[in-house]
Design a protein around this ligand. Sequence first.
Ligand SMILES: Nc1ncnc2c1ncn2[C@@H]1O[C@H](COP(=O)(O)OP(=O)(O)OP(=O)(O)O)[C@@H](O)[C@H]1O
Ligand SMILES: [Mg+2]
Length: 765
Amino acid sequence: MSIVMSALLENLNDAQREAVLHVDGPLLILAGPGSGKTRVVTHRVAHLLEQGVRARQVLALTFTNKAASEMRNRIQSLVPGEAVWVSTFHRFGARILREFGELVGLAPNFTIYDTADSRQVLKRVLEAEKIHVMGYSPDRIAAAISSAKNKLITATDYQARRGSPLSEIVAQVYPAYQQRMLQSAAVDFDDLLMHVASLLYHNPEVRGQLDNRFRYVLVDEYQDTNKAQYVILKALSVDHPNLAATGDPDQSIYGWRGADITNILEFERDFPQVRVVRLEQNYRSTKCILRVADQLIAHNTRRKKKSLFTDNEEGRAVRLVAYGDQDLEAAGIAEEIHAAIERGERRASDFAIFYRTNALSRSMERALRAAGVPYQMVRGQEFYGRKEIKDVLAYCQLANNPHDDVAFDRSVNSPTRGIGKKSIERLNLHAYRHGTSLLEAARQSPSIDGLQKRAVNALTSYVQLIDEVSSLATDSVEAVIGTVIEKSGYSKALRESGDVEDQSRLENIEELLTDARQFDEQSEDLSDGGLEAYLERTWLVNETDDWETEADKVTLMTLHATKGLEFPVVYLIALEDGILPHERSRDTAEGLEEERRLAFVGITRAEDLLQMSYVRMRDYRGQRRMAIPSSFLMEMPRDELEMVDARSNDLDFFVDEYDAYDVDEPYEEPSTQIDLPKPATPKTPITAHLKTAAQLAGSGESAQRARVSPDEFALGMTVVHPEFGPGKITALGGSGSARKATVQFAAAGERRFVLAHSPLRPASS
Ligand SMILES: Nc1ncnc2c1ncn2[C@@H]1O[C@H](COP(=O)(O)OP(=O)(O)OP(=O)(O)O)[C@@H](O)[C@H]1O
Ligand SMILES: [Mg+2]
């Protein structure tokens, strides 16, 4: 065994080693989180190269650009100097279509439309074909088309599936939409996969050629593949069935994008000789964290039970904290992080905060800023999705693909050059009648009847500019974009505008130039530069692209973005009903199980410490409402959780978390025995485990801020309730933690509260 080889196998357990040493034939690695699946993929690639397999015969696929580059780097460090193609499925699809797209009617210089652009095409189709949508939104229709594509149902196949009102509409829209996309030489994200699948299916020679080229195909996060991806993988593994997939069905969280867990079952059916390897040791998390994760996921019925153990330490109990509202939740967490950094125990980059949707991050960001904690919010897409950036890139897009009508629409009048709506309509009509692109119609504008001289002149100079940009396409990307922003008058218009917003747009455009320059620099030695490659990068961005893994900052991200990652300390916020599980998921058992998997993915990212939290009142989507703790919390083992009520400092009296704060009945008779309806699931009252915040090291201060002492309230005082607004105290009774008040609200009428547990505040505070 060579030295390199032994190093390769050194940090692997027996099962991992078995998978890494496997060379020929199909391989399926099914294992839970943190068991080294991703490590096995990189080590296996390195081992294949060690065995003499050529780098270009290996293809490793995953789901995000970040995961791909991470994997590429790991392979590089194991076997320096070898460049294996590690790609996302979508980039792989794009590359294959640039080479063979003509076989499915696609020009090689095609544009990839993002969701906004493809929605634009859909709307145009609905208008042009005068399709009656019967109240269905374009989003809904687009989702139905997308879902069909992910299942490889073509526009033609779809005709046989008519029946429901929505499918009747889709049956009309889908073919027209596809036709228009092809006319514009454009694809949407789903097409990148569907066209490749169709190409491989209809062209046996091409399939054979690619099967031969990619002798060894490896896929990480296999549980998130959809039908189209599965068919592509299978087609590449007929003559050389060396397909290796690693995945965890319990981490399948992209069902809404067509991910299909049955792909794993089909794998075993399609490749009966498959070697299945199970990895059972988790290297990531403490025993405490794993037990909580395990018991939660056990509530899913559609799953195969896996055994997972760890030799890691027992660790600290997982914490479940109740806060008063989202600002207190955010402040509590921010202060805790701040304190741990101050004490020198942790670095900012040790921490991650996860939430179900981006909308939940606002308070968290504010609190981190206030506490002076450096953080980064991972949300991606933002930059290239900005209007000014899309406008400028539209010129480049059109120069690269003259059929791109969406790019024409976007750029022809930004900045305004006096081409009126009427002229554009005429142009559209001309293009439609002659079957040409809009750019071609603009080129012919001098001979189009009814166009004003002014419009013709403007169109002519616009066409000249596009031609000039085209001729620059072999130049550096920076030069191309520089030409666009100067000659189009775009930056001039912004410079001359007095609007502050326009100044920040100008800065963004300058940032785009920097971005292009960096791309030029990076691609010089990679020989994969140029305008089209740059554009492709802007089209295929992922949420996690901008994430600076090296920066010493707290990471904030949605649960969907956390796949494959790990952090020493994880905060999972807003574990509330309607948020996680998401309200849209509750209608079906499948939806609920997917949400549970999402929570499971979040929990299993944590190495040492995990805190989950929920609040009593939350401002969410413009509404302030009472929050109910997530039903998933009831499914977790009580005895494993350290429960903290960060809103009170008093141990003697606790109202059950699951009860409403508006305690009506026991007013007359102060008692700790408050009998209120309880949810069906919990057996041990959660309060039995509650600790006061003061008992917890490090979080005392934040917790106390949540509380207003019951003694501060007086008869006749005006108080404010987050939901009911201002009111007056009309009666007071009891003392200490049992002190209660009756409050008369203007709109909500009379309400009674146990003060220690109410969100009431004196009006002046
Ligand atoms: N044999 C091993 N010895 C020591 N550490 C290991 C071993 N195998 C994996 N690890 C470490 O355990 C952690 C989890 O590994 P990895 O990310 O590959 O797991 P995974 O199964 O891909 O997890 P996920 O399902 O979350 O993607 C990593 O930090 C990895 O370096
Ligand atoms: Mg992994």
